[in-house]
Ligand binder design. Structure first.
Ligand code: CO
Length: 290
């Protein structure tokens, strides 16, 4: 038993050594890294979604360096006060350049190609123009970009619902919503969801459609019970408070006040592998093209 353990330790050591030798031997122009870039969250339980993303990406890209960045300055500041530092995309790219990575694939873990995504594109473009440092920076698409994404994501969302949910019961997915023109992805998604199941609805906290506009449709379908589920990567602050909170302004409270029975699903989209696989597909597409 002891010998076996010793052998295992030696083997693990050799494998690590081999990994480093391989990384060092890569010509400097081909040293690649992946920068997973999310909005960020300060809700500790919500981190399980980000952990799942990391696990799935490590499985898909086992030999590539993987790092994180958060696009929300507000979240980064709040985390820093708690002694937890997560880099901004710019800081993470600087560190990667300093560490000798020459090709960086930035994966946008946002849901729609909205403001956060476009700011990220802009920033990556500026970094790419710098005379020294990283030679090539490629940004991979957020979750919802193409027709194929809309089909596979809505199919996964319908398939991921709890078995206890009956066909006559409505499900409202709570998206963030945006003032950016890409908000159109939310009403767009409604079309794809209705192709799956006519009791699935999309609402947003800050954009179109809002909860108010869904109510007459629930009425029309004689719905008695409503399930609420986040259309966000993590079940963070919006899911906990605006969706499932006990305050009178939460969607749960507003629907209950209208007489509906309400069940909440506190699960981020990124906790499901069939959702994460869409982001992985986006990154693989960029990698084979570049
Ligand atoms: Co928000």
């Amino acid at each position: 038993m002891k010998t076996l353990l010793k052998l295992q330790i030696i083997l693990a050591f050799l494998m690590t050594l081999n990994y480093y030798v391989q990384a060092e031997n890569q010509p400097s122009g081909s040293r690649q890294a992946i920068l997973l870039t999310a909005f960020g969250t300060t809700v500790p339980e919500a981190n399980t979604a980000y952990q799942n993303i990391e696990e799935e990406f490590r499985k898909a890209f086992p030999t590539t360096e993987i790092r994180w960045a958060y696009t929300s300055e507000f979240i980064r500041k709040k985390l820093r006060k708690q002694g937890n530092t997560v880099h901004s995309p710019a800081m993470a790219l600087s560190a990667l350049a300093e560490d000798g990575y020459r090709q960086v694939f930035v994966q946008s873990l946002h849901i729609i190609p909205g403001k956060e995504y476009h700011d990220l594109l802009d920033m990556a473009y500026r970094f790419d123009q710098m005379p020294e440092g990283i030679e090539k920076i490629v940004v991979a698409d957020p979750l919802l970009t193409s027709d194929a994404d809309m089909r596979s994501v809505t199919k996964a969302m319908a398939g991921n619902l709890p078995k206890e949910r009956k066909d006559s019961e409505a499900v409202i997915f709570m998206g963030h919503g945006s003032h950016h023109p890409a908000n159109i992805y939310y009403p767009g998604m409604q079309y794809y969801l209705w192709n799956e199941d006519d009791c699935l609805f999309v609402g947003t906290v800050e954009g179109t459609p809002d909860l108010e506009s869904i109510l007459p449709k629930l009425d029309k379908q004689h719905v008695e019970k409503v399930w609420l589920s986040p259309l966000m990567a993590v079940a963070g602050d919006h899911a906990k408070n605006d969706m499932a909170g006990d305050e009178p302004q939460s969607w749960k409270s507003m629907l209950e006040a209208k007489g509906y029975q309400v069940n909440t699903i506190l699960e981020g989209m990124a906790e499901r592998d069939n959702i994460v696989s869409v982001w992985i597909r986006h990154l693989k597409q960029k990698m084979t093209k570049n």
